[in-house]
Design a protein around this ligand. Sequence first.
Ligand SMILES: C[S@@+](CC[C@H](N)C(=O)[O-])C[C@H]1O[C@@H](n2cnc3c(N)ncnc32)[C@H](O)[C@@H]1O
Length: 221
Amino acid sequence: MAVNVSPTTIDKRMKKRYALSSHITRILEEAGFKYYEKIYWVKQSGIGKGASNSIKSKNPLYFGVNQHVEEIILVTKGKINAEELKEKLKYKYKTSFFEKHIRPYLSSVWTIYVNPRYRYHQFAFPPKLVEVALNCFTLPGETVLDCFAGGGTTGAVAKTLFRNSILIERKKENISIIRENILKGCNNIQTIKQTDITREIKATYKEVEVEYHEEITDSSV
Ligand SMILES: C[S@@+](CC[C@H](N)C(=O)[O-])C[C@H]1O[C@@H](n2cnc3c(N)ncnc32)[C@H](O)[C@@H]1O
């Protein structure tokens, strides 16, 4: 599992700053996950235009840093079935694909800038970040879960890489954005079933059948 977090978060109620990734790592370990690795994602260059925060203060006691890095914590859980692993290890990328799409990211620092014009969702991951993560850690045909789906970038990219996806998002207003992103680039889009709380759509993406199933539960606020 990969968990993307900012280095620092502020609990306004407690007036306290937290090193978020250390806290999350401890929580994940308590939940039975094993820490594997950490990747620093450099999401923007320098502190000029395009940086998330402007210079906070000119007073030497109150300099704040612009956060242009996030952390991706990699953890594992459970045992891998030996037979399943044997099958998975048969899958190898072609050398040209490996050199272009994997080798540059065999590093604990991934430099993938956020395009300020990219407007699927205010907190959207750049599609390239999802692409790299899926290429590095999943195989085609596998299922990716994003339980903080936002604008659905994970699902949209998963489809282009021929992975299935399950997305969970608490804001109802994001659902139509997610649907649009998932079906982008698809042909033969047909609604098979539609009620107030479910929608099933069939489509094709590069000759592969896409089955889109949407469900709005009571817990969607
Ligand atoms: C930073 S965005 C995620 C970006 C996203 N992964 C993407 O691919 O673009 C975080 C999203 O998580 C959603 N969220 C926060 N808490 C949640 C929860 N408990 N259950 C489901 N979604 C949640 C927020 O509404 C927000 O849209």
